[in-house]
Design a protein around this ligand. Structure first.
Ligand code: G3P
Ligand code: MG
Length: 252
C-alpha cells in the first residue's frame, strides 16, 4: 500500500512547544518552530456551534480564565476567553485558535502536523471528521500531515474520506492492544502512536517489523526514553523536544 512520502522527524512538539508556551495555541506553535521543531502535534475538536478549534480538554477550566464545556461555547464566547494568562503573563491575551487559523500558521511556517482528532465523551466523531479532515487536507500537502486518533470511528470515517495514498492515518493507543495489526491493516494506517510508558519491547519490535513507523507520546525525559530508541521507535512526541538535543542515538 502506498502512503504519502512523509519524512518523520525524531521529535514532534506535543500540543506545540507546550513546556514553554500555553498548549495548543498559535504561540506554542511559533515557539516550537523557533526552537527548531519541524513537526507539531495538536488536538482538534468542535465548539458547540460546530467550529473546529485547537483544544485538548472537554472544558476550558484548565487552560483558560473560563469554566465552560467546549460543547456549550460558540466562537464569540470562545474568543472572549484568555487562553494564555494561566501559563504566564507574557501570554496574556492569547486567544483560542480555530483550526483554520492554525492550519494557516502551520503551513506558513513550513511545519508538519500530526492532527489528533480528539473525540471527548458525548461528542460526535462524525461531525468532527467532516469539519476537520477536509480542511487539513486542503491546507497542507499530504507529506506534511498525519491525522491521528484514539477513536476508532473517527479513523474509519477519515479513511472513508480519502485513500491511504492521500491521507496518512496514525492509530493512537494507550496500551497497544493485541489486535493492533488488524486495526492498522483495516484502516490502511500509516503509523502507530503509543504511550511510551506502556509500550513493551516485544510490541515495539513487532510494529516496526510489520513496517509501521512507531511514534511515542509523551516523552519528556531523554534518559528514561533511551531504551525505546533502541527498540526501533522512530519518533518521540514531547512537550519539550529541546531536552533531547544531544541525547538522540543515530537513526535506526
Ligand atoms: O497524540 C499523542 C498524544 O497527544 C495523545 O494524548 O491526551 O496528549 O492528546 P493527549
Ligand atoms: Mg493529543
Amino acid at each position: 500500500m502506498r502512503h504519502p512520502e512523509i519524512t518523520l522527524p525524531r521529535l514532534l512538539a506535543h500540543r506545540g512547544l507546550s513546556a514553554r508556551a500555553p498548549e495548543n495555541t498559535l504561540a506554542a506553535v511559533r515557539a516550537a518552530q523557533a526552537a527548531g521543531c519541524t513537526w507539531v502535534e495538536l488536538d482538534v475538536q468542535l465548539l458547540g456551534d460546530g467550529t473546529p478549534v485547537i483544544w485538548h480538554d472537554a472544558t476550558v477550566k484548565r487552560c483558560s480564565d473560563g469554566r465552560a464545556r467546549l460543547a456549550d461555547l460558540d466562537l464569540p464566547g470562545a474568543r472572549r476567553l484568555d487562553v494564555g494568562a494561566w501559563f504566564g503573563d507574557e501570554y496574556r491575551g492569547e486567544r483560542m485558535a480555530t483550526l483554520s487559523e492554525m492550519l494557516a500558521l502551520v503551513d506558513g511556517l513550513g511545519l508538519g502536523l500530526n492532527l489528533e482528532l480528539k473525540v471527548n465523551r458525548g461528542r460526535s466523531a462524525a461531525a468532527l471528521v467532516e469539519e476537520a479532515v477536509p480542511a487539513a487536507m486542503e491546507a497542507l500537502p499530504p507529506e506534511r500531515l498525519i491525522v491521528s486518533s484514539f477513536h476508532a470511528g473517527a479513523l474509519d470515517a477519515a479513511r472513508d474520506m480519502a485513500p491511504a495514498k492521500r491521507l496518512a492515518l496514525g492509530v493512537l493507543f494507550e496500551g497497544v492492544t493485541s489486535d493492533w495489526q488488524h486495526r492498522c491493516e483495516a484502516l490502511e494506517a500509516f503509523s502507530v502512536h503509543a504511550d511510551w510508558t506502556r509500550l513493551t519491547e516485544r510490541t515495539a519490535r513487532a510494529v516496526r517489523a510489520a513496517g509501521y513507523p512507531l511514534l511515542c507520546y509523551t516523552a519528556n525525559d531523554p534518559a528514561a526514553f533511551a531504551h525505546q530508541w533502541g527498540w526501533g521507535v522512530n519518533s518521540a512526541i514531547s512537550d519539550d523536544p529541546t531536552r533531547f538535543l544531544g541525547h538522540l542515538p543515530p537513526e535506526a
